[in-house]
Design a protein around this ligand. Structure first.
Ligand SMILES: Nc1ncnc2c1ncn2[C@@H]1O[C@H](COP(=O)(O)OP(=O)(O)OP(=O)(O)O)[C@@H](O)[C@H]1O
Length: 425
């Protein structure tokens, strides 16, 4: 028994000792934790009274403006850790690499003051684009707080200015609109040479649409306008849309129906969430749905859409379903009007159909003068255009021919017999 007791006393003593030690550790640990918390709090208070910080989230437009500004900054250019990002000009051509601060800390001078910039990448992802969320944190001394705000204003101005007098192109990124490369220089309307008064007719129609929102609303008519440009390839359909966008200061959102991952959800999102002041453009609408639709049921899918998730009825719904965007200007182009289903181009979806045919002699002559910067009454252009018939050649064919004699209109006239007529449309 004694022995047992002795044993019990020893055990309880060691338990007590253990508890004491545990408690001691707990107290010490808790103390350290509290101390750390307190010192952090103190540090925040102290730094808070010295420093001023602004956080910019990648979900906000300011993030894009700041990155663009930083790419031009000389301090950033000198940094030894940068991120290379590719931007494309003119629809995939002339790629350009810009260098922006990488994830991590950087410092720059702005108006003689230091700003510490830290680019932070989040562990969460944007479900749409798959890109991780990010933020830019900008810190400076408290007395220079205004400098960060001025910097953001300057970044905004720089970004917006690069778009002035330019056409911004947007493309699909999994159902959302994304800027495509640098904005394009505006194509002048004068450089697009069409028969009769087609340009004026179209421009007047769009201007009237833009200016008559109340008229549509008062009559309960959906405030949308659709245009179909059709005709043989290479006669200026795309060029005309670019020039109209430039003339009316609109951007262009290009929808490609044959894009691999295009489906009913994406087309609906895209057509109904275009950025303000933009034209929606669906090029080669015939390429997405081949054959006569009347003979195919409404659940037919695109032939060259591997996922086969874009249906014809999905497209029609997106064009004018209940959720359709108000104020939408839609352009569709095709080389094969005869392949299009009546439902697709009925009034309400397409309000104006414009045929843009092969070159007339008058157009060829105007293109010649425009190309060589000659006056309208010169003899060479008359000679040039008298060598072929109306509608025998496409405008791009003539332009391609003239490009071979870029410095010599005389040589172009001399060799005009080499221009082979194409099938008449
Ligand atoms: N009417 C025109 N006036 C001036 N240039 C033209 C005209 N038509 C075509 N071109 C020139 O030809 C090229 C092709 O023109 P564009 O892409 O606008 O034709 P398109 O009708 O849209 O062709 P596609 O049906 O194949 O898409 C461009 O470089 C453009 O400058």
């Amino acid at each position: 028994m004694n022995h047992l007791q002795i044993i019990n006393n020893d055990t309880s003593r060691s338990i007590l000792l253990g508890i004491k030690q545990g408690l001691g550790l707990l107290i010490i640990g808790g103390g350290i934790g509290a101390l750390t918390q307190f010192s952090r709090y103190l540090w925040t208070r102290v730094t808070g009274s010295f420093y001023y910080r602004i956080d910019i989230d990648s979900k906000d437009k300011t993030f894009e403006w700041m990155l663009y500004w930083l790419a031009q900054n000389t301090d950033v250019k000198k940094s030894n850790h940068l991120n290379a990002e590719t931007v494309y000009n003119n629809l995939g051509k002339n790629p350009e690499v810009i260098f922006v601060p990488s994830v991590g800390s950087h410092s720059i001078q702005f108006r003689g003051k230091t700003i510490w910039i830290s680019r932070v990448r989040d562990s969460t992802f944007d479900m749409g684009s798959g890109a991780p969320f990010e933020s830019i944190n900008m810190t400076t001394y408290k007395q220079n707080a205004h400098i960060i705000q001025e910097l953001i204003q300057e970044a905004m101005r720089l970004s917006l200015n690069r778009d002035i007098g330019k056409t911004v192109i947007y493309i699909n990124n999994e159902g959302s609109w994304e800027r495509f490369g640098n904005p394009r220089s505006i194509r002048s309307l004068d450089s697009v040479i069409l028969a009769s008064n087609l340009k004026q007719k179209l421009l007047t129609d769009i201007r009237e649409f833009i200016n008559n929102e109340t008229w549509y609303r008062n009559r309960g008519i959906p405030y949308r306008r659709g245009y179909l440009l059709h005709g043989p390839p290479g006669n200026g359909k795309s060029s005309l849309i670019n020039a109209i966008a430039g003339e009316l200061n609109l951007d262009i959102c290009i929808v490609s129906l044959s894009q691999k991952d295009m489906d009913d959800r994406q087309i609906n999102q895209l057509l109904n969430n275009a950025p303000p002041k933009s034209i929606l453009l669906i090029e080669d609408i015939d390429a997405a749905f081949t054959g006569q639709r009347e003979k195919v049921d409404s659940s037919a899918t695109t032939t060259n859409n591997s996922a086969r998730n874009l249906t014809y009825s999905g497209l029609l719904n997106a064009l004018d379903g209940v959720a359709s965007q108000e104020g939408r200007i839609l352009f569709m182009t095709t080389n094969k009007l005869e392949l299009l289903d009546n439902a697709l181009i009925r009034e309400g979806r397409v309000d104006l159909k414009v045929h843009i045919g092969n070159a007339t002699k008058s157009q060829a002559s105007q293109l010649f003068n425009h190309f060589y910067n000659l006056s309208a009454d010169n003899q060479l252009s008359a000679q040039f255009s008298s060598s072929f018939e109306d509608y025998q050649l496409s405008m791009s064919q003539i332009q391609g021919f003239l490009l071979q004699y870029i410095n010599s209109p005389e040589k172009a006239v001399e060799n005009v017999h080499l221009l082979a007529p194409i099938a008449i449309h």
